[in-house]
Every structure is written in C-alpha cells, then in structure tokens.
Design a protein around this ligand. Structure first.
Ligand SMILES: Nc1ncnc2c1ncn2[C@@H]1O[C@H](COP(=O)(O)OP(=O)(O)OP(=O)(O)O)[C@@H](O)[C@H]1O
Ligand SMILES: O=C(O)c1ccc[n+]([C@@H]2O[C@H](COP(=O)([O-])O)[C@@H](O)[C@H]2O)c1
Length: 252
C-alpha cells in the first residue's frame, strides 16, 4: 500500500556524524521503494539544540558544519538548522510538524523535489498549520531512527503520550535495526506501538555496522585513527577544532 510522498527526518545529536547516520537513509529509501510503500522525495538531518544538554554535545555550529561535510556527496539528504535556531530544545513532534508544514506550504510540485536550504529556516509563525493530512499530494514527514531511539519511547517521563500518538498516528516512523535490538518484539510489547503498527516501517539492516558517535569520540580523544568510520573531512574538522579532546596535529 503506497503512502504517497515521504520525507525521512532523522533527529539526534550527531556529535559527531558517523557513516551510519547517513547510511540509514539509503537503507530505508531502498526498502520503501522496493516494497512500493511510498516515494521518498527527500531526507532531513535535524540536529538537536545545544540545550538538550547531552554529554559530549559540541556546539550546534560545529555539528552542522560536520553534517554538511558528510553530506557533500548526497543529492537528496539535507541538514536542517531549524531546531538549533530555536530558543531551547524542541520536541520531535513539533519539529516534524514544522518541517512537514514548511515543505507542504512551499512545495506542491511533482517528485523528485527538494527544497532550497533557506526554506528550512523559515520562522514557525509563518507556517500554515492546516497542511497536515490536507492535500493528498502533500508530503508526509516520517521519523527515521535506529531501534535504540524506538526503545527510548518506553523510558518513563521522556516522551509524552500525546506526542507519540501524533508521531505514530499522523506521521509514522521508519526504524532501522541495530545489533542487539528486537524492534518487532518491542512493538508487540507496547500497546501504543502495537496500536499504530501499520505506521511503523521496520527495516532490517543486513550489513550490520555498529559505528556510533560514542565510538568515534573515544578514538578521537585517544588520538587513534577514526578513518573509514566517518567522512575524512569530518575527522579533519574535529581535529582542526580540537573537538572531543582531540589534538590538531594528528593526521590519521
Ligand atoms: N549504527 C547504527 N545503526 C542504526 N541506527 C543508528 C546507528 N547509529 C545511530 N543510529 C541512529 O541515528 C539517530 C541519531 O543518533 P545519535 O545522534 O544518538 O547517534 P549515536 O551514534 O547513537 O550517538 P551516541 O553514541 O552519542 O549516543 C538515532 O535514531 C540512532 O538510533
Ligand atoms: O520529543 C520528545 O519528547 C523527545 C524525547 C527524547 C528525545 N527526543 C529526541 O531524540 C533525539 C535523541 O538523540 P540522542 O542523541 O540522545 O539519541 C533528539 O533529537 C531529541 O530531541 C525527543
């Protein structure tokens, strides 16, 4: 059953971005197209605001610069600075609604479409909020995440039930498997996820790759090689700016 035009949106720290953060877009796109579940017309990487306060979260300007470097070779995935430009942390539901409204207000052309970067920087007050589920040609922004983020839905007090209802009911999510996770079981054991299971697309990543930002940060602060785990330009940027305790004069 086709779900029309889809934009995939990944939220997270991306501190720093790894190859897997971008690889999951490609895996999800192939899966959705091969099963005819919709037409992917774009991808958004939406780094979280500095106020999210996670350990080792370097300033948003650095994270955005690194994501841009990593995305140089992608024609369809873009970084959105919008979350980082708000006055504080924005919940994921609000960010998905903002991006969906912006895209649908700006863009009623045939796929493949993409937006100029500045569209994603429009202020939220400028948006027409009636666009969700309005026109059948509209784009649906779906949350793209790894199975660990799905599992965080069950962390007491972290996500609000209202937000999860909206994300699952109005947008839908695309979950990429991670080693050690069993998202199918997790969905079965959650009443909320089970209720909306037809809006959850489970994608098995058969080329398992457990590179994470944590692993990269560890290598970088120990001045060990992080080559081939993320873009060379990202590694150079980290070293030049001495992020994560790395040193500028290391070349590997
Ligand atoms: N190896 C991976 N396989 C599948 N999904 C992944 C992988 N690494 C990250 N993701 C997903 O990317 C998104 C952004 O994650 P995040 O920025 O927390 O990355 P991370 O590498 O897990 O970070 P950290 O190590 O700092 O916790 C999340 O949805 C997360 O599940
Ligand atoms: O919207 C929410 O209620 C919510 C609750 C917890 C986490 N999130 C988002 O999930 C992402 C978690 O990123 P990370 O790096 O901690 O895995 C980040 O983008 C947060 O804004 C969102």
């Amino acid at each position: 059953m086709s779900q029309g035009k889809i934009v995939l949106m990944a939220c997270g720290s991306f501190s720093p971005p790894t190859y897997m953060h971008l690889r999951m877009f490609e895996i999800a796109k192939d899966y959705i197209h091969s099963l005819g579940l919709g037409v992917i017309v774009g991808g958004i990487v939406s780094p979280v605001h500095d106020a999210y306060g996670k350990k080792d979260l370097v300033a948003a300007n650095h994270r955005i610069a690194m994501i841009r470097l990593a995305l140089r070779s992608s024609s369809w995935i873009k970084v959105s600075e919008w979350e980082t430009q708000q006055s504080g942390w924005t919940r994921t539901r609000a960010s998905m609604q903002y991006h969906q409204n912006t895209i649908n207000t700006a863009n009623n052309t045939d796929p493949p479409i993409w937006l100029p970067d500045d569209i994603l920087n429009v202020k939220i007050e400028d948006q027409n909020s009636n666009h969700i589920n309005g026109n059948s040609e509209d784009v649906t922004v779906k949350l793209l995440c790894g199975a660990d983020l799905l599992e965080s839905f069950a962390t007491p007090g972290l996500w609000s039930d209202d937000d999860l209802e909206a994300i699952l009911g109005r947008h839908g999510i695309v979950v990429v498997s991670r080693a050690g996770s069993d998202p199918g079981r997790f969905i079965y054991e959650s009443d909320m996820l089970y209720k909306y299971r037809k809006n959850v697309i489970l994608v098995t990543n058969y080329i398992v790759n457990e590179v994470s930002s944590t692993v990269l940060r560890r290598l970088l602060r120990r001045n060990e090689s992080a080559k081939y785990l993320t873009d060379d330009n990202v590694i150079s940027y980290v070293r030049q700016n001495q992020l994560y305790g790395s040193k500028a004069n290391v070349t590997k």
